[in-house]
Design a protein around this ligand. Structure first.
Ligand code: FE
Length: 220
C-alpha cells in the first residue's frame, strides 16, 4: 500500500494468536486482561469461543441479503428505509445492538459514503468487522476532504453532476448504504443479486458489481 492510497492490506489478522513478543502494547494488555478474567472465573474459554463465533458470524452477507431483498421488493425497501431494525428482524438479522440505524438510498444523482472520522464506528451486525482501510487515518480524513477521489480509487468515477454526501458514523448512529441496483440485473433472482452486493458498495465507496450476461453467470 503506497502512502496516500486506500486499499486492502496484504494480509488480514483472522483469529490466530501471534507470539506474544510480536504483540503491540495494547494487544498485550488485552491478553493480560483476558487471562485475569479467566483466572478469576469471570468468564470461561467457552464464553470467549462463543463470542468469537458470534462476531465471525456477522458478515457483509447480512447486508447483501437486505439489499437484494430491497431491490426485488419495493415494499420491503420502504420498510428498510423507514424502520431498518424492524426490516432486519424480518430477515432474522439481529440489529438490536445498534442504537440508531439509518439506511441511505443511493440514486443516480446522489451517492452516500460512510466514514467514522473519530475511530471505526461501523454497522457490525449488518456488515461484520470493518476492513482495516476503514479504520485508517488516511480513509477517515480523505473521505471528508476528497470523497470523489476515494471513490475513484475504488473504481467509481462519478459524473460531475452527481452529488456525494458523506455521513459520519458515531457511537449512536450507524449507516448502511443501499446501492443502486446494477443495470442489466433485471432478470436475476434475489440470491443471484446478493452476489453483486459487495461490502464496499454498502459503505458507499463504490457501486454494486455489474450484472454479467446470463451465460457468463452460468459459467462463473
Ligand atoms: Fe467511531
Amino acid at each position: 500500500m503506497s502512502d496516500g492510497h486506500i486499499s486492502e492490506p496484504a494480509s488480514q489478522d483472522h483469529g490466530h494468536e501471534h507470539p506474544k513478543h510480536e504483540l503491540s502494547r495494547y494487544a498485550k494488555r488485552i491478553y493480560a486482561i483476558r487471562d485475569l478474567l479467566l483466572e478469576k472465573g469471570v468468564i470461561t474459554e467457552k464464553d470467549i469461543r462463543c463470542q468469537i463465533e458470534y462476531q465471525e458470524a456477522r458478515s457483509p452477507a447480512n447486508g447483501a441479503k437486505l439489499v437484494a431483498r430491497a431491490w426485488v421488493d419495493p415494499n420491503f425497501k420502504s420498510r428498510l428505509i423507514s424502520d431498518p431494525k424492524a426490516a432486519c428482524a424480518e430477515m432474522s438479522i439481529d440489529a438490536t445492538s445498534i442504537n440508531e440505524f439509518v439506511v441511505l438510498e443511493n440514486t443516480e444523482k446522489v451517492r452516500h459514503m460512510v466514514v467514522c472520522t473519530l475511530c471505526s464506528c461501523y454497522p457490525r451486525p449488518i456488515l461484520g468487522r470493518p476492513p482495516d482501510w476503514y479504520k485508517s487515518f488516511n480513509y477517515r480524513s480523505r473521505a471528508v476532504n476528497d470523497p470523489r477521489g476515494v471513490m475513484r480509487e475504488f473504481g467509481l468515477d462519478l459524473p460531475d453532476d452527481a452529488e456525494v454526501r458523506v455521513h459520519d458514523s458515531t457511537a449512536d448512529i450507524r449507516y448502511l448504504v443501499l446501492p443502486l441496483r446494477p443495470k442489466g440485473s433485471e432478470g436475476l433472482g434475489e440470491l443471484e443479486l446478493t452476489r453483486l452486493v459487495t461490502r464496499d458498495s454498502m459503505i458507499g465507496v463504490m457501486d454494486a458489481l455489474p450484472a454479467l450476461p446470463s451465460h457468463e453467470l452460468a459459467t462463473s
